[in-house]
Design a protein around this ligand. Structure first.
Ligand code: NAP
Length: 254
């Protein structure tokens, strides 16, 4: 008589990483006995991950990722890049289809305004800069990330407080202070920041999640305007909101 284990078979997973959800998924998958290769674009200087293997750098577009998946067969690909990573979702969708590799995307829910929020939705960063100009913003907390500053540098009548995780280059700005910090932030500290810097407008991408949402609660409480940059388009692929849901999806694979 043979005894069959009820635990799911060990899988080889490629996690397209760069988010908290990617790290959460990696931890959960390792704990379940899976083998995880985590892939990073190389944007941050020192990506850290508990994954079995780490690889860094682009694949060379959809064709490059397809070739990589042919050379390195995986049981599934977990697309866990940032909601504003615009290209990798399309590359992953194309490569998964070309190689027949199951693909799931983890995409945290967007933030949505509540009554009383003073949000202006804009499609991209250039439109956010234009919205600042149109609304005569004077003192702006800019949280869009250090690599997304160029459209704002030409607003020479605005005082910017640029908050980012790694040192940004604000050399092109007429008037900018820098705050180096990473979430999670809490609403009272965010409100104090808005008051002490006399911020009238926050610019943020609609990243969603809890780590950086406190600025929105603080903006509501302090009656500060929010310019909200909407997410880029994404391909139609199986999508879940959390690492836990992605683990459930993995368990359904044949
Ligand atoms: P993107 O537009 O989707 O990607 C640009 C290129 O970077 C891709 O075509 C790919 O190069 C490479 N790439 C992206 N993610 C990769 C990964 N996980 N592993 C290997 N190569 C990857 O994304 P992006 O906006 O430039 O962001 C790059 C990375 O930073 C992503 O991993 C993302 O999760 C992270 N990130 C982005 C933001 C944001 O606001 N955009 C915020 C926080 C973190 P090839 O075509 O050569 O394969």
């Amino acid at each position: 008589m043979s005894v069959q284990s009820s635990s799911p078979a060990a899988r080889r997973l490629l996690v397209l990483a760069g988010t908290t959800e990617a790290t959460d998924l990696t931890r959960a998958a390792l704990a379940a006995g899976h083998h995880v290769t985590a892939s990073f674009a190389g944007r941050t200087s020192q990506p850290s991950s508990p994954a079995t293997d780490i690889r860094i750098g682009g694949f060379g577009g959809a064709d490059g990722l397809t070739a990589y998946l042919r050379d390195n067969p995986f049981d599934a690909v977990v697309l866990a890049t940032h909601p504003f990573a615009a290209r990798m979702p399309y590359n992953a969708a194309a490569a998964a289809e070309a190689t027949g590799t199951p693909l799931v995307r983890i995409l945290r829910p967007q933030w949505v305004p509540e009554p009383g929020d003073r949000w202006t939705m804009v499609p991209d960063l250039a439109a956010a800069a234009w919205a600042l100009h149109e609304s005569h913003a004077r003192r702006v907390l800019l949280t869009t990330g250090r690599q997304e500053l160029a459209p704002f540098a030409r607003l020479d009548r605005v005082h910017f407080v640029v908050r980012s995780i790694e040192e940004p280059d604000v050399g092109a700005f007429a008037d900018a202070d820098v705050i180096l910090d990473r979430g999670p932030f809490d609403a009272e500290a965010e409100a104090e920041l808005l008051r002490s810097r006399r911020i009238d407008t926050i610019v943020t991408k609609n990243s969603g999640g809890t780590a950086t949402a406190a600025k929105l609660e603080a903006a509501y409480n302090e009656n500060v305007r929010v310019i909200m940059v909407e997410r880029p388009d994404s391909p139609a692929v199986t999508t879940v909101a959390t690492a836990t849901a992605a683990m459930k999806w993995l368990a359904t694979l044949p």
